[in-house]
Design a protein around this ligand. Structure first.
Ligand SMILES: Cc1cc2nc3c(=O)[nH]c(=O)nc-3n(C[C@H](O)[C@H](O)[C@H](O)COP(=O)(O)OP(=O)(O)OC[C@H]3O[C@@H](n4cnc5c(N)ncnc54)[C@H](O)[C@@H]3O)c2cc1C
Length: 488
């Protein structure tokens, strides 16, 4: 991956100021407390950068994978890079504000053409009304108390269609696009099925995320957090404190003097404060064995009752570029869908469509949503290459006579990897009725003498922007600030 060698004057000055402002504060710290951060994703790196910037010298990040970034995962692929995890950014968010001076983002302006399995390309005006309805439903859902998404959609969909389409053929075509609408909602809620999802309205509607990284990918954010963009003098000295392939197996807390953290590989560490940024999906699998003593019941309840959904992104490389300058989304008519579900490539019905990747001319990316993700993740590459070719021919074969079969692909098995267990968190009817939210997950666990021993960060813990990198970064800063304030 190309290294970015930008030097930003303003940020250098900002750092100098911060360092000198911090000096007196550092002197007033009781001593440098020992902080261990579990997980080197956006939340972990943000927490570490805030602590190091504030003079904390004894900070370690233990990461289970062999790389940093967590659900930010930028890879070389094709003729450029691809982001297999987070990709989009929203204007005026914390991520935007952190990187805006570096000229790394651009607005994605690519039109989407929607193809129906029976009727071919749908008219743009028709699609716009459908998508506007999804947007309205998404926002109105906040007012619908104690109703899960599936029921809400089934009740509202017909009502909304009757209001907005007048002719019978249009109404009927709209009804035949229910699967298309469901997929939009699966993508924005991040859930595998709409049955148990309560809200998932994080206040950040994913289609508002229109900014993409020009050529260095989301990895750039991590470099900026670690100040790698700047001269070496300013680079935060914690990169060497990140321990990769150190999966934490046990966190022993409650003792007044120490939290003991033991890794799968046998290494052990002692800390005054531990910031846990393990994804909710992994916490669901790990929490019963990870913490000793067990977490307070309220904390266990929130871990178990919040939802953690999944989606899968696959990028395909084609020997020739056969498409034109737009994205393609697929809408299965009800009959075709039922028929395809019986066939060899039933899982392709979970494919949203194919999308262009900037600065990577021969690559198209697809999103899979719905309940076949684990099955798709376990498919060997050849099966996925054949399935992609099949679905492209099915929907676009009548428009393009030169579709080539992709020859290679790249993906990351978020759902099957036990360090993640999925992609993003959402509220469920159960969490709602238990009266717990991501903020409950963020509640600090203190030792007998009142010291914040276990702190929780990560996207699932932040009220604003949960499910996104924004939420993760804010949560990392939040927990670092909690320790900084405690040590004052
Ligand atoms: C495919 C996909 C697309 C997305 N698209 C977007 C997008 O466009 N825009 C957006 O804003 N967000 C997007 N997101 C969501 C965003 O990536 C996440 O919300 C955010 O990166 C989460 O950061 P985090 O630090 O909370 O968790 P993570 O990044 O998951 O970091 C947690 C870390 O903990 C580690 N870990 C787990 N268990 C252990 C253990 N026992 N010991 C040590 N380490 C452990 C994991 O390996 C991981 O590195 C997307 C996510 C995915 C997967």
């Amino acid at each position: 991956m190309p290294k970015i060698s930008l030097v930003n004057k303003d940020i250098v000055q900002f750092n100098r100021r911060t360092v000198s402002n911090n000096r007196s504060f550092v002197m007033s710290l009781r001593s440098s407390p020992r902080v261990i951060i579990i997980g080197a994703g956006a939340a972990g790196i943000s927490a570490a950068s805030r602590l190091v910037e504030n003079g904390f010298t004894d900070v370690k990040i233990l990461e289970a994978e062999d790389r940093i970034g967590g659900r930010i995962c930028t890879r070389d692929f094709g003729d450029g890079i691809v982001d297999l995890g987070a990709q989009f950014c929203r204007k005026d968010s914390i991520v935007y504000n952190l990187v805006k001076d570096f000229n790394l983002l651009e607005t994605r302006r690519i039109d989407t053409h929607v193809y129906h399995s029976k009727c071919g390309r749908l008219q743009d005006g028709f699609v716009k009304i459908l998508l506007d309805k999804v947007y309205d439903l998404y926002h109105q859902k906040e007012q619908a108390e104690n109703v899960e998404w599936k029921q809400y959609l089934m009740e509202k969909f017909d009502e909304e269609i009757s209001d907005h389409f007048t002719s019978e053929p249009e109404k009927s075509l709209a009804r035949d696009n229910l699967d298309f609408v469901k997929k939009q909602l699966l993508l924005v809620t991040g859930s595998v099925c709409l049955n148990s999802v309560y809200g998932a309205v994080s206040g950040e509607y994913p289609p508002d995320f229109r900014l993409i990284w020009k050529s260095h990918g989301y990895q750039s954010l991590l470099d900026i957090l670690m100040k790698k963009y700047l001269n070496t003098e300013s680079t935060l000295q914690f990169a060497d404190k990140i321990m990769l392939k150190n999966e934490v197996a046990k966190i022993e807390w409650g003792d007044e003097n120490n939290v003991r953290v033991v890794c799968e590989n046998g290494s052990q560490y002692f800390a005054d404060h531990v910031i846990v940024t393990v994804p909710l999906g992994a916490l669901k699998k790990q929490h019963k064995t990870l913490f000793y003593p067990s977490l307070p019941l309220r904390k266990q309840k929130v871990i178990e009752s919040l939802g953690f959904g999944t989606i899968l992104k696959v990028v395909f490389y084609f020997p020739t570029k056969w498409w034109t300058g737009n994205d393609f989304q697929f809408a299965w008519g009800e009959d075709d869908l039922n028929c395809a579900l019986e066939g060899e490539y039933s899982w392709v019905t979970n494919c949203m469509g194919f999308f262009q990747v900037s600065n990577n001319p021969n690559v198209l990316m697809t999103w899979f949503v719905g309940n076949s993700i684990s099955q798709i993740e376990s498919c060997v590459d050849d099966v996925l290459l054949n399935g992609a070719y099949y679905v492209l021919q099915k929907f676009l074969g009548g428009t393009f006579d030169n579709i080539s079969k992709p020859i290679k692909l790249e993906r990351y098995g978020w759902s099957s990897n036990r360090h993640f267990g999925g992609v993003i968190s959402y509220e469920t009817l159960e969490s709602k009725s238990n009266g717990v939210t991501g903020e409950t997950l963020a509640e600090v666990v203190v030792s007998k003498n009142g010291s914040p021993q276990l702190l929780f960060a990560g996207e699932a813990t932040n009220k604003i922007g949960y499910g996104s990198v924004n939420g993760a970064v804010l949560s990392g800063f939040r927990e670092a600030d909690r320790i900084i304030n405690f040590c004052k």
